[in-house]
Design a protein around this ligand. Structure first.
Ligand code: PGA
Length: 263
């Protein structure tokens, strides 16, 4: 089988870090940077919901795509504080789903994550589904079992045809930084590659090689200009989900350049 090389992908997850003014400044700096140096990788910026329209406008004439950090599994209804695909579809083409911070602080489980993913796919939004084990699970040798359980639930819920439009992000919870500049433990890039290949194998078992080979698998956890290449150059790793470093334009540009060097 001849497989077309998957384009690398970088997802900037701005979490709840930036004020409206800061988001505007960061977005403008990045848009300017990317006009001068066009990234070869696909870049997706995910601001907080209230900043979506503003940030979307700033990136409108660039190749940067916009994503959201979460999405509700229904189109409308009595869901206080939630946001639906329909409400963001004009601006956002991607949605981060099942981030460990949503699982941890909002009690999201695998069933809900799978429902959100299936709904996003049906509604024309590309899901970026996060999976990853806790530090205790890692130390107990359960990383593969945990990731398998999380990913399998999602794969069982979506149609096989939609798998090429999906992205998984492997984010070991213990490797995610506690805030900009506060980095955590770093995984072995070879182990990250093994988990990325495991996720693709699960997708292949569900939908066949042709579909699974088109799906992207990213790594996330304290990625910055210094660490990007060692993970993204690993087999099976198609890019990164970047938190803290993605809110600093100069640092994010380094991540983009390191990623482009891996193409
Ligand atoms: P980090 O966050 O790059 O700040 O570790 C990654 C993530 O949680 O998506």
């Amino acid at each position: 089988m001849i497989v077309k090389k998957r384009a690398k992908m970088l997802v900037a997850n701005w979490k709840m870090y930036l004020s409206a003014k800061e988001a505007e400044t960061v977005a403008e700096a990045m848009a300017e940077m990317f006009k001068k140096e066009k990234p070869a990788a696909e870049v997706i910026v995910c601001p907080s919901f209230p900043q979506l329209a503003l940030v979307g406008k700033i990136f409108a004439k660039t190749a940067v795509q916009i994503g959201v950090q979460d999405i509700h599994p229904e189109d409308k209804g009595p869901f206080t504080g939630d946001v639906s695909v329909k409400q963001v579809a004009e601006t956002a083409k991607y949605a981060i789903i099942g981030h460990s911070e949503r699982r941890q602080y909002h009690g999201e489980n695998d069933v809900l994550v799978a429902a959100k993913t299936a709904h996003a796919l049906k509604s024309g939004i590309h899901p970026i589904v996060c999976v990853g084990e806790t530090e205790e699970e890692k130390d107990a040798g359960q990383s593969e079992a945990v990731v398998t359980m999380q990913a399998q639930k999602v794969l069982d819920t979506v149609t096989s045809m939609s798998i090429p439009r999906m992205t998984f992000a492997y984010e070991p919870i213990w490797a995610i930084s506690a805030g900009p500049g506060k980095e955590a433990r770093q995984p072995d890039p070879v182990e990250v590659s093994q988990i990325a290949m495991l996720i693709r194998k699960l997708a292949a078992r569900r939908a066949g090689d042709a579909y699974a080979e088109k799906m992207r698998v990213l790594y996330g956890g304290s990625i910055n200009g210094q660490t990007a290449r060692m993970f993204i150059s690993e087999p099976g790793v198609d890019g990164a989900l970047v938190g803290g470093a993605s809110t600093k334009p100069a640092e994010f540009l380094k991540v983009v350049k390191e990623t482009d060097a891996c193409l």
